[in-house]
Design a protein around this ligand. Structure first.
Ligand code: FMN
Length: 393
């Protein structure tokens, strides 16, 4: 999938440097041409020879004594994309401040192709105000970052800072290079997560939505260049910092926020599981457990139906229909009843997991999709892509 693509893989001196060897191998297997820069400190963690053997290219570690006379310029010119994995706090700081005191930082000064940075470090280093500010500076300049994962770090700390899965990094590179920011400037509104309707100060009714699919769609749209706004109800995973996020925790708030944001959007993907019912009455005090309780529920306002009524020419709406039976027929009925452009009918049988099984429906066309949520999100956007790219709203 990366045939004829030239990737400059830059490895800096973090404990995760050894993981970049697998990334190098995956890039080669995807048919990319790979050249590697290792900082001198990275060479303390991994032997550059490993990269040399896997990339089948010479590895560059210093500015001096190479087979090419001006390596930082030639490598920057050669690459279709530069991937810094792992990126130390030090290398991020140097790039943000425009320092060029070694081969990697000098190459970044000369770089004019897309850059993807994979930070990996101790949680305190990641949260250090200097690191946060440097990442913000680079994001502002259009550099792409993958968020580190949470978990047990090599230094013994627990928290955010772990190098993500190489498979995820590979997806990012592929999406980026295949789409070349095709959705640049497109305003995309995505909702995610489970709404909650309060019964009393302690209790609520909700559903099993995790928000993972909505966040995957938002991440994929962001990598494809869109200006993403996410309206998030309750979600079970951390929302990336790099797109605008608005919180809406119940059906009432979800409708209000969607009505505010939808007019400025070219595409709405309504993935949030908005409550269909809410308690007729909110009890200010906690309901005492005496007798059996009958709770009266009333219908909430239908967000999709409301938005589809105010939809203007040039706006596109993609709904989601979570179904436990007659999945495609029910999805098609919702598509028509709510006058949507697309619907993704998904099988509640796999709800809550990282895998999804769904059918994307547009007019009479149906496409079955199954797999991890992020690549399925990319496929959904690919189906919508010709319409949104054509759109001149
Ligand atoms: C054992 C050890 C592990 C380290 N791991 C990391 C790390 O995971 N992330 C990081 O940002 N720095 C880490 N450092 C600190 C960097 O190696 C140090 O900042 C170095 O100057 C980075 O050089 P470079 O950015 O030129 O590769 C580690 C240092 C040591 C001694």
């Amino acid at each position: 999938m990366l045939e004829n693509r030239k990737i400059l893989l830059a490895v800096s001196g973090g404990i995760a440097a050894y993981k970049a060897i697998e990334l190098c191998s995956m890039l080669k297997k995807s048919r990319a041409e790979v050249k590697v820069i290792c900082t001198e400190n990275a060479s303390q963690f991994v032997n550059p020879l490993s990269f040399e053997v896997i990339s089948q290219n010479k590895v560059y570690t210093t500015l001096w004594g190479n087979d090419i006379p001006i390596p930082h310029i030639e490598l920057a010119d050669w690459a279709n994309m530069i991937v810094i994995a792992p990126a130390t706090a030090n290398v991020i700081a140097k790039i943000a401040q425009g320092i060029g005191d070694d081969l990697l930082s000098s190459t970044m000064l000369a770089a004019h192709t897309p850059v993807l940075i994979i930070p990996a470090m101790n949680i305190n280093m990641y949260n250090n105000p200097a690191t946060r500010a440097n990442i913000a500076i680079l994001r502002e300049r259009g550099v792409f970052f993958m968020e580190p994962e949470e978990g047990l770090l090599a230094c013994g700390y627990k928290g955010k800072g772990r190098y993500p899965l190489n498979q995820e990094i590979l997806y990012h590179i592929m999406i980026y290079l295949q789409h070349e920011l095709a959705w640049k400037g497109k305003k995309v509104l995505i909702t995610a997560g489970a709404c909650r309707e309060d019964i009393d100060p302690m209790r609520f009714i909700t559903n099993h939505s995790t928000g993972k699919m909505g966040i995957a769609l938002a991440r994929a749209a962001h990598i494809m260049g869109a200006e993403v706004t996410l309206i998030a109800a309750h979600v079970t995973e951390e929302i990336p910092e790099y797109f605008k996020t608005i919180r809406a925790f119940n059906a009432y708030e979800m409708l209000a926020e969607c009505k505010k944001e939808f007019p400025g959007s070219e595409l709405l993907i309504m993935n949030a599981a908005v409550s269909d019912y809410t308690p007729a009455e909110y009890h200010k005090e906690k309901i005492k457990k005496n007798e059996d309780l009958t709770l009266k529920l009333v219908r909430t306002h239908d967000v999709l139906a409301n938005l589809s009524r105010i939809k203007q020419p040039g706006q596109l709406i993609c709904g989601f229909a979570a179904e436990s039976e007659n999945i495609i027929a029910n999805g098609k009925a919702k598509l028509q009843a709510k006058n949507l452009d697309y619907i993704v009918a998904n099988d509640l049988g796999v709800a809550g997991s990282n895998i999804t099984s769904c059918t994307f429906i547009k007019n009479e066309d149906e496409f079955a999709l199954i797999g991890p949520k992020f690549p399925v999100a990319v496929q959904i956007l690919d189906f919508i892509s010709p319409d949104i790219i054509r759109n001149e709203k």
